[in-house]
Design a protein around this ligand. Sequence first.
Ligand code: FAD
Length: 397
Amino acid sequence: MNDLPQQIDVLIIGAGAAGLMCAAVAGQRGRSVLVLDHANKVGKKILMSGGGRCNFTNMYTSPENFYSENPHFCKSALARYTQWDFIALVEKHGIPYHEKTLGQLFCDNKSKDIVDLLLAECRAAKAQIRTRCSIESVQPQDTGYLVETSLGTVRCKSLVIATGGLSIPTMGATGFGYDVARQFGLRIVPTRAALVPFTQHKRQLQRQQDLPGSALPVTASCGEGSFHEQMLFTHRGLSGPAVLQVSSHWREGEAVSFDLAPDRDLAEWLAQQRTEKPDAHLHTVLCGLWSKKLVHHFLTDKGIESRPLKQFSSPELAEIGAKLQTWELVPAGTEGYRTAEVTLGGVDTDAISSRTMECKTHPGLYFIGEVLDVTGWLGGYNFQWAWSSAHAAGEVV
Ligand SMILES: Cc1cc2nc3c(=O)[nH]c(=O)nc-3n(C[C@H](O)[C@H](O)[C@H](O)COP(=O)(O)OP(=O)(O)OC[C@H]3O[C@@H](n4cnc5c(N)ncnc54)[C@H](O)[C@@H]3O)c2cc1C
């Protein structure tokens, strides 16, 4: 049954964060808007985000929090629809929220509050939404585009691709947006799973078999990325915010370095402890820093024997401090798109107007959100990019 309008001003493919935001903004300008999604419900990633509480933005959002081949591309959209604009929208809808850490704003209740906000805005804008609709083809017309779908054919003046990246295919992620971009001759910046846990080799996992569930603050560094946050040992390897963040900088075969006591120089600290508590055992003193399990593991792994501190010479303590301070690791890999929060790379921004998100070579064709080669850090930045890029397009489509 052809359940769709045959002609519409704006057709948006993808009813996720960016697609719904763009629909609301365009509809409120009086444009007729239709949003299509192949999934059985809208905003699935929003629903699962932030551990069910959606980290919907970050108070400190700035262009430095994003990766892209062109780091300037995101500036215009982020400046014209800021985190404060989205926070005002959240407050307009009476959604309670709080700052968890580092400017990260989360819903007090559940992520569904954000989906409900977007749906209410779309309703007010009279934007139509259809789920369970697969897109069969996209063809350029003299003016506008013709899109064939499982629910019928639609002609539109503006076509907005908001189909996101490749992460979590079980949630409906596909490479559709990249295929459309290629169809129109656009380049795709090679894609990679990012904000993703590391996996470790079997032998290393055996050495860490008592550690899954243990966490500690670290500074994780790789290439130009360095992040001071928590690290978590898992059954497959390493996770936690510091690891997810640094994964965006990691390439196969590279080493990642962890400062396991980022707030102090361990050699100096141990020397001071020896002065204050000469009879205390090394492992007892270290339990002031790390859990018992971690202390046992680090000492065994580095072949350090625990004795009363007074029995270590100064050079010995300095060597132990240096050994315990840093951990270098070459991860076996990552958990890949199966669990990655985002996809690095995507539609090359060279082909896109940073003011409107319109394709420079194909008027009326827009790309917004994660499908573009703009990827945020962990902490609410990816949703802010979805809101900002969607708003930029919504104002002109
Ligand atoms: C587990 C998890 C937790 C996250 N938590 C956070 C967080 O707390 N804060 C944060 O800022 N970011 C978070 N992210 C990242 C964030 O969810 C994304 O960056 C954001 O959703 C991207 O918005 P988007 O609209 O571009 O794409 P999406 O939200 O992914 O929406 C794309 C839509 O397109 C549809 N679609 C895909 N292919 C097709 C097709 N072929 N035909 C029709 N429809 C299609 C999909 O069904 C989907 O509805 C998280 C991601 C994951 C996976």
